[in-house]
Design a protein around this ligand. Structure first.
Ligand code: DX5
Ligand code: ZN
Length: 222
């Protein structure tokens, strides 16, 4: 199984965001992950469609937008217009939207639909939507901040997702997001993840290409 690396620009140097995007593309990133936070669904505020649009203008790489916001349905068209390729929304009731409806709207807009769930949210909550999505995003930290430690107990969810994907032969990407480094990447891939979101371990590295190679390399040993 080929593993995709999606660096999260949340950990980039925003004073030179365009150069950071160029550098990460040159270093071999597969997707660019954009963490959008509204200060309501999570206890932090990051950026909105304006920055996604800026990133879009700097790269041809797929933009994987992770909406940690309330009322994603309302803001959706702005992220589509900004150039998102995939849009991940949250399943928790605190995200305050009709999940099935939003997922449908994402696909209708021509984007890939992703569903994200928090560490405290059981797998059963995403299960009813698995045949309506292209990406399942398993949070391996509580969302809101980069640089938190990975929660290995989330691997049970990754495993169940991969079992579901295999038994249905579904074209489902399984993403892990939070605390991903070469060691936790390897564990995640062993359990069935094929997309690795990594902020700190890529953007805080001296050599981005080496950091990405190490994340990917950890899958080569499988
Ligand atoms: C957490 C975000 C993650 C996070 C990843 O709220 O969804 O994408 O920024 O950052 P690291 O790799 O630093 O945990
Ligand atoms: Zn994210």
């Amino acid at each position: 199984m080929s593993v995709l690396v999606a660096p999260s620009i949340l950990a980039a140097d925003f004073s030179r965001l365009a150069q950071e995007v160029h550098a990460i593309e040159k270093a071999g990133a597969d997707w660019i992950h954009c963490d959008v936070m509204d200060g309501h669904f999570v206890d932090n505020i990051s950026f909105g469609p304006m920055i996604v649009d800026l990133v879009r203008k700097q790269t041809k790489l797929p933009l994987d937008v992770h909406l940690m916001i309330q009322h994603a349905d309302h803001y959706l068209p702005r992220f589509v217009k900004a150039g998102a390729d995939s849009i991940n929304v949250h399943v928790e009731p605190e995200a305050k939207h009709d999940v099935a409806k939003t997922l449908g709207a994402i696909r209708d807009a021509g984007c890939r639909a992703g569903l994200a769930f928090n560490p405290a949210t059981p797998f059963e909550k995403v299960e009813p939507f698995l045949d309506k999505i292209d990406i399942l995003l398993v949070m391996t930290v509580h969302p809101g901040f980069g640089g938190q430690p990975f929660r290995p107990e989330m691997m049970a969810k990754v495993k169940r997702a991969r079992e579901w994907q295999k038994s249905h032969d579904a074209p489902l990407d399984i993403t892990v997001d939070g605390g991903i480094n070469p060691e936790t990447a390897r564990l995640s891939v062993q359990n069935g993840a094929n997309v690795l979101v990594a902020g700190t371990s890529v953007f805080h590295a001296k050599d981005y290409a080496e950091a990405i190679r190490q994340l990917r390399g950890s899958s080569d040993s499988q």
